[in-house]
Design a protein around this ligand. Sequence first.
Ligand SMILES: N[C@@H](CCC(=O)N[C@@H](CS)C(=O)NCC(=O)O)C(=O)O
Length: 375
Amino acid sequence: MLDKYTLYGIPHSLYTGRARSYLIKNGIPFRELSCGHESFKTEIVPKAKLATIPALLTPTGEVIRDGAAIIEYFEVRNDRPCRPKSPRQRLVSDLFDVIGAEGLLRPAMHYRWNFPNENLDFLKYHFLNAQRLGPNRQEKTDYVMDKMRFAGRMFGVSDTNHEFVESLYMDFLRALDKHLASVPYLLGWKPCIGDFGLLAPMFAHLGRDPKPLAIMQREAIHVYRWIERMNSPQQDAAEFFEAGEGYLSDDLIPETLIDVLRILAEDFVPETRAAANAINGWLADANPPKGKRAARYLGQNESKAEFTARGEQLAAGAQPYRFYLLQRVQDHFGTLSSDEQVTVKSLLKRCDLDEVLDITLERRLGCEGNLEIWL
Ligand SMILES: N[C@@H](CCC(=O)N[C@@H](CS)C(=O)NCC(=O)O)C(=O)O
């Protein structure tokens, strides 16, 4: 039996980056193995139920699939080191977790797959090396890459909306850069759950693939430094000569962070609203039995949620998982005193995000045996 954890993941995986950073930042001893390692198929997948990464093997042989579940596993056992205690900061942290995990998939996929001149050799290397050794390795790699090449479409990238995806991303990137010029992490001097969620798209895709990495290094140095910092066991805030500890005092949410959230809201809110309508329509028809697995997508084209952002019409796959994470935000809001609710709501209103407190599915989601299920 190993005395440390094993994280199954790969360098270019979006969701692995979030879990890896959490382990590094919290000093949790681990080794990382590829999902191409023989043991992933033989020992991990049977317990993980789905072959997604990240998956964590604990020293006692337990397997935890899903980045949010891996983080939660440690949070509950360690008195929640990465959850701010004050109401506005906790809510903003959880909200960044949802938006990071679900709300930036369009730019992440666009900047990875729509710039073959800059990215293709880099991607070929990584996708090949994520495949198990054995016959037809190259064919399998080509198959996976072809499948992923079109993933952006599922998230709403079309042949004609690249300019929209890029302008929204660049506005977000510049606003985040401005914010991270004054603090090393989203809420102050140490990372919160929201930093890890946001790191998912910002590391493996937008802060690592050649095309978006060059943009970030050129236009958003503070964001680039935050990504480095999120992968360091140290606070790694050398440029902040008077660095503090912990989160900002007095439940402060800086104006620069409100600006970031306001930009993220532009497509996150209409998309969430449209996805909820699509899923609720599906729930009414399908009425899945209690305990049934909530699939990643409801189906293919017929279940796309249509919405408008910045005057652009979009269609994206409706994913129940977004609401699985959003439930946490809403549940937390429900536990606040009425005074705290007023404060939090007025903050979210300023960010154009207040509606997300009320967008719900007709059925709750839970997690059982490593799968998200309908309750
Ligand atoms: N909800 C999961 C999603 C994990 C996920 O989709 N991971 C991708 C790689 S970044 C994957 O394994 N894709 C392969 C598949 O879906 O079959 C999490 O947050 O960990």
